[in-house]
Write a protein that binds this ligand. Structure first.
Ligand code: CTP
Ligand code: MG
Length: 227
């Protein structure tokens, strides 16, 4: 039976083991309109997953376990590595062998919606090896040397990214390093499919991102009451 014939077994790895240097502190635990950043990210991942593995910095482990207490779907909390790719591998090691689709999501992207997660899973279930959400670039672009880069046709890439499980395992088999998993999957021979991302799905990187995310939570709540 193929993945298309029935609901696939979906697992998510939420990576939250970074040091938050640019943020200037523990951004995963930071409050975002009443819920910690990482809790929002994990809840959205859990909405489409049979299980979620959360990857945390060893020295913040007990604090994160406390934050996640009582959340449905969290099957493991594991220690991360010194790079994002290493942390993904730590999480992937805890994903069971029967997982067919594996998603990787940044703990620092608390505003990715269950709809976006479903879109990514859906594309993998339709046969894509690797799926990334993308949104159009809004700034004008130049290379570091000063050459103009045509903005049309360029997108910025978000998480959650989705993979056929064996594609993600192969992508990480050699211990490669990249800023995202689709880059490693492509280097390992996979074809990457882009689905529509979400402009509000920002990555909390600097303090201003948390302030923007808080505004977005409030305005999206207002939009849904108006509707
Ligand atoms: N991440 C991780 N393990 C690492 C590095 C990053 O799990 N060794 C995770 C972060 O926790 C975050 C995501 O990867 O959810 C994207 O990374 P980034 O936004 O760069 O977060 P930090 O690495 O924490 O921030 P900074 O680079 O400013 O220190
Ligand atoms: Mg980082």
């Amino acid at each position: 039976m193929t993945v298309r014939d029935r609901r696939a077994v979906v697992w998510s790895v939420v990576v939250a083991a970074g040091s938050g240097e640019r943020f200037g502190g523990d951004k995963q635990a930071a409050d975002l309109a009443g819920q910690p950043v990482v809790v929002r990210s994990v809840r959205a991942a859990a909405s489409v997953s049979d299980g979620v593995v959360v990857v945390v910095a060893a020295n913040r482990r007990s604090a994160v376990v406390d934050l996640l207490a009582g959340l449905d779907g969290v099957e493991a909390v594991v220690d991360g590595g010194s790079t994002r790719s290493a942390s993904v591998r730590c999480g992937l090691a805890a994903v069971p062998a029967d997982a067919e689709v594996v998603l990787v999501h940044d703990g620092a992207r608390p505003l990715a919606t269950p709809d976006l997660f479903r879109r990514v899973v859906g594309a993998v279930c339709l046969g894509a090896e690797a799926v990334v959400p993308g949104i159009p670039v809004t700034d004008s672009l130049r290379s570091a040397e000063g050459r103009v880069i045509e903005r049309d046709g360029v997108i910025t890439v978000q998480t959650p990214q989705g993979f056929a499980a064996e594609v993600l395992r192969r992508a990480h088999a050699d211990g490669g390093e990249a800023s995202d998993d689709a880059t490693l999957a492509e280097a390992a021979g996979a074809t990457v499919v882009v689905v529509e991302g979400e402009p509000a799905n920002l990555k909390v990187t600097r303090p201003i991102d948390l302030a923007l995310a808080a505004l977005e939570v409030v305005s999206s709540a207002e939009r849904s009451t108006d509707a």
